[in-house]
Design a binder for this molecule. Structure first.
Ligand code: NDP
Ligand code: 8X3
Length: 258
């Protein structure tokens, strides 16, 4: 009897929210995991939790550091080298105020993380994913903010628009390799996302979700897992998912008194 080869998912931002939920979802299906993030204590706790059931390699990583990304990939232990799915999840929104009130540092941090960090990881893992071939996937976590404008989204939404277009363009260049690319674009989901966006203000973060039923991290992880485990011949280009309680508002119109 032959056993199926171990499937490995490489997940960035696995210390919280979607990334942690993805790690738990893939582990539940028997996948091996490479989990990354800056908070090593959380990575170790997750590895200890999931480790008895599936192989887990935890790597402290700031995705903004291209050299560190290359080092993490270069030093992967043998069982973790044949990666089937990359979940490019690490990211953040900062400064929900309107653009003129936002610091340039906050804009740079979002670009460095959501754009440069995602590109660093993708570039480093592309040869690995191409070697895996048919059935491999790059799943980029975009956002509804990459498609729909709203006040206070400024560079965050623009960084997620990059994720969308980069995903599409990558598909073109990976034609013939069998590697799939998907932009999974969630709407409002209750994680630590708003706590980060509101700079640690727990009341402001809680107010975002008050009186609604937002998506959960598990909802998004289920979506990512679905995309990753479709038959090899199917690629979802972009999958946008919102809570039923969230929809679009109309255009803002400035009206002057006659
Ligand atoms: P969380 O704040 O709960 O998780 C964010 C994760 O990203 C953490 O694990 C954090 O790890 C990691 N991260 C942030 N910066 C870096 C960095 N420089 N290097 C490595 N890891 C980093 O938020 P979510 O789970 O909600 O967010 C995950 C992704 O989903 C983000 O890309 C976000 O933009 C996107 N998204 C979120 C939505 C929401 O409403 N929640 C909706 C749509 C998209 P650590 O701090 O330990 O490094
Ligand atoms: C975050 C989702 O609704 O805050 O990407 O733009 S939302």
């Amino acid at each position: 009897m032959t056993t199926a080869p171990l499937r490995i998912a490489f997940i960035t931002g696995a210390t919280s929210g979607f990334g942690e939920a993805c790690a738990r979802r893939f582990a539940r299906a028997g996948w091996g995991l490479v989990i990354c993030g800056r908070r090593l204590d959380r990575l170790e706790a997750l590895a200890a939790d999931l480790g008895p059931a599936v192989p887990v390699h935890a790597a402290r990583l700031d995705v903004r550091d291209a050299t560190a990304v290359q080092d993490v990939v270069r030093s992967l232990p043998e069982p973790f080298r044949r990666i089937r799915t990359l979940v490019n999840n690490a990211g953040l929104a900062l400064a929900p105020e309107p653009a003129p009130e936002v610091s340039l540092d906050d804009w740079h941090t979002m670009i460095d993380t959501n754009v440069t960090g995602l590109v660093n990881v993708t570039h480093t893992l592309l040869p690995v994913l191409i070697a895996t071939g048919r059935g491999a996937s790059v799943i980029n976590i975009g956002s509804i903010a990459g498609a729909w404008p709203y006040r206070g989204s400024h560079v965050y939404g623009a960084s997620k628009a990059f994720v969308k277009q980069f995903s599409y363009n990558l598909r073109c260049d990976l034609a013939g390799t069998g590697v799939r690319v998907t932009d999974v674009a969630p709407g409002m989901a209750e994680t630590e996302f708003s706590l980060v966006r509101y700079a640690g203000d727990a009341d402001a973060a809680a107010a975002v979700y008050q009186g609604t039923t937002p998506l959960t991290a598990e909802d998004v992880a289920e979506t990512v897992f679905y995309v990753a485990t479709l038959p090899d011949h199917i690629t979802i280009n972009r999958l946008e998912v919102m809570p039923t309680d969230q929809s679009w508002a109309g255009f803002a119109v400035e009206r002057r008194q006659p």
